[in-house]
Structures are given as C-alpha cells and as structure tokens.
Design a protein around this ligand. Structure first.
Ligand code: PMP
Length: 413
C-alpha cells in the first residue's frame, strides 16, 4: 500500500510549490513510485509505507558505496561529535584537498562547495577570470546545474542576459565545436564537456578519444580553459577522473555526487595555470566549509581506493545489462541499453524519449517499482558497490515480469 505516501503528498500540496518536486521532478514518476523515502541500507531503500526496493538510482549518483556505509558513517559521526560548522573550515579541509589533488592527475588544487551547480558556476568564473574572456561552449542538451546561467532562455524566470555568451556544440562532433569556437572569435573563455554524453532522453555515448583530443587542442590554441563536468560520473568509473583512460587532461573538473557517499559536498579541482584566477574570484556559501561532509568524503574516497568497489560495480552492472538484454530479446521487445554498465540508460524502441513520449519505459519502471525494483523511466540508472549478485538476480526476476507487461500492452518491436 501507499497510504502514508498519499497522506504526505496531500500535505505537501499545501506547503510545497507544485505539491512536490525532487530529482527530475519525482511527482512525474509513474504509478508505483513513492514520493518519499524513510530509510536506506546498502543497496536497499524503504518508503514511507515500509515498502522495500532494490535501489538502482542511488540518489541519482551520490550513493556509491551503498546507503549508510559503516566506514563513512563512522567518520561522519566522529566529526559530528566534535562539531560540524564553524567560523572557519575544520582541519579536514586540508586533508581532503591533499587527498583529492593526489587522486586527480590533472589537479594541483581543490576548492570545495556543496552542490554540483556551485562547482560548474565556479569553474566558469575561474575560466573567465583567467582568460579575461566571456564565451563558454557547451553541448546542446547537456545538464550542468540549475543556475540561470545553465538554463535555456525562454524558460520561466530566465532572461536572455542570464544565458548570454554561450554557444552550443554537438557532443562527440568536433566540427561542431570548431564552428562554435569560430562564432566565439577572440572571446572564447572555456569549453565545457561532460564526462560522457548522459543527456535525458538520448542514447548515452562515451567520449570519442579523437573528440576529446581535438577539444583539448582547440582550447590550447585559443588559450581557453577546458572544463570537465564530472559531477555525475566522477568516482564511479575511475578514481582519477572519468577521462583517465583517455589520457587527456582537463584544466579544471567539477565533482559532486559520489564524492562523499551521500553527504553534501562538491569540488572543483584545477591545475596550476588557473591557480591565481581561482584565488582571485569571490565564491563562498554558509555550509561550504562544514566538516562532517569532508570527513565523509575522506572516508568515501579512501574506501573506494582500498576496496574492489569500482570493479565490483562494473561486474554487477555487466550482469544486469546482460540479463536485461537477454530478457528483452526473449520477449521480443526492442531496447537500446547504452552507456557504461555502472550508469546505464534503457530506452525502448517505439518510445520517443527526446519528446518525452515514453509509455513503454513508464510501464516498465512502474511494474518494476510495484514489485520492489527502483529504476527510472527516463534517466540513467546508477549501480553502487553494495549491489550484490543476489540483488541483480532478484531484480532480473522482476524485470522479466515488467518486460512481459510491456510486450502484452505494446506488442513486439
Ligand atoms: N552536472 C551534471 C552532469 C549533473 O548530473 C548534475 C546533477 N544532476 C549537475 C551538474 C548539477 O549538480 P547539482 O544538482 O548538485 O547542483
């Protein structure tokens, strides 16, 4: 049942604009999705009615080791016992900056904040301060945060001035970046690139090595700053940044999400070329320097470094992918399953996700949620280190039923 959930929704309608909001607007999730969670443990979460789910969204990324990971909780509790929020940072900030700078080959310094948006907005300000130029190039459809600067002109509350000095390119299309750089002329401050293409409503794409190399060369030729948005993928694919295996270094990267296993922390990690600019700009926040999240981050990064969490996520992610592909095939339902196995995106043939027509995906996700598997109809999913092979086997039993429902309602494709 969803009685408590219904009652909470009713109360929320009165005191929260729109009745409810949340990640990707939780209110728009189909039947069977709870709006509120009350507890999490490992790879499982519980809603307000006590229904249990295997969690394949992991808070949209932050939960990388599993909910309430013991080492992280202990580090956070120890710091909490000493105090969290002071008139200056705690000593943990130096330790964490050293750790993150060591982990990240391109980085010589790190600055901390709270949300991913803080980090991307900060990185752009650093790039502009460093170059004395204004224009930023970004991929159409890519998400970099809620701040007006990253939103589309014409959305409610957003003015043309908010989004000025930007040109868009197509991810993995170097020619389109060149054309956008040409439009920027001698006013190019930065090129902003996501770790991989993970836009809502699109098949995911890993970065083409030639594309990343070409963008690096364009930045070097123009004296512009290469900003990597590693907020969603960072620490889930590689500990040194998601482009580690490509061998191309950004000048500054933005981190958040998995950095502290669910505690609120973001970081911008940059190289020496940007050090003076980074020191010159004004950026701060009431809670940016709080100690508990930093203690949690040190414990998270250390646990990731000293365990087999990353290969484990790849292993269970591969089991899930192979199982789902086989089920889709056996039910005669056409799917596209794209992106890294740790962060997959499932699209049904026949749906039009770029136009938010996703009836098959919604039915599939709804049938899964009702049976205790929490995955998203229109956003990439997240595996975490706490997912066990049993979780995957149990989830696959349920998705098999969900595929059968899709086949029943929509036929084969
Ligand atoms: N960039 C990317 C790639 C993201 O996925 C997100 C969050 N979904 C952000 C930026 C913004 O982060 P936040 O929501 O923490 O401000």
């Amino acid at each position: 049942t969803y009685q408590n959930d219904e009652a909470l929704r009713e109360r929320a309608r009165r005191v929260i604009p729109g009745g409810m909001y949340g990640h990707q607007s939780a209110a728009r999730l189909p039947e069977g999705f709870p709006q509120f969670f009350t507890r999490g443990e490992g790879s499982h979460v519980w809603d307000a009615d006590g229904n249990e789910y295997i969690d394949f969204m992991c808070a949209y990324g932050p939960i990388v080791l599993g909910h309430r990971h013991p080492a992280v909780e202990q580090a956070a509790a120890e710091q909490r016992a000493r105090g969290d929020c002071f008139s200056a940072p705690t000593d943990r900030i130096v330790e964490l900056a050293e750790l993150l700078t060591d982990l990240t080959p391109h980085a010589d310094w790190t600055l901390f904040a709270k949300n991913g948006t803080d980090a991307t907005v900060y990185a752009l300000a650093v790039a502009r301060a460093h170059t004395g130029k204004r224009v930023v190039l970004r991929a159409g459809g890519a998400y970099h945060g809620w701040a007006p600067v990253w939103q589309a002109e014409g959305r409610p509350g957003i003015t043309a001035e908010d989004t000025a000095n930007q040109f868009s390119y197509v991810y993995n299309d170097l020619e389109s970046v060149r054309a956008a750089a040409e439009l920027a002329g001698d006013d190019l401050a930065a090129i902003l690139v996501s770790a991989f293409k993970h836009d809502v409503g699109r098949d995911q794409e890993l970065p083409d090595p030639g594309f990343v190399k070409g963008v690096r060369e364009l930045c070097d030729a123009a004296g512009a700053v290469l900003i990597l948005d590693d907020i969603r993928a960072g620490f889930r694919l590689h500990l040194g940044g998601s482009w580690t295996t490509l061998g191309i270094e950004p000048d500054i990267s933005a981190y958040c999400k998995a950095i502290a296993n669910g505690y609120a922390l973001a970081a911008a990690a940059g190289n020496d070329r940007l050090r003076d600019a980074a020191a010159s700009i004004f950026a701060t926040g009431s809670f940016w320097f709080a100690g508990v999240a930093m203690a949690a981050s040190i414990a998270t990064l250390t646990a990731l470094q000293t365990s087999n969490s990353l290969p484990h996520m790849e292993k269970v992610g591969t089991l899930l992918r192979d199982g789902l592909r086989e089920q889709a095939r056996s039910h005669g339902v056409g799917i596209r399953y794209t992106g890294p196995v740790q962060m997959p995106y499932l699209i049904f043939e026949g749906d039009e996700p770029e136009r938010f027509r996703i009836r098959r995906a919604k039915l599939f996700a709804s049938e899964a949620a009702k049976r205790g598997v929490y995955l998203h109809p229109s956003h990439n999913w997240f595996l975490c280190a706490a997912h066990s092979e049993d979780d995957i086997a149990r989830a696959l039993e349920i998705t098999d039923l969900a595929f059968a429902k899709v086949r029943e309602s929509f036929g084969g494709s």
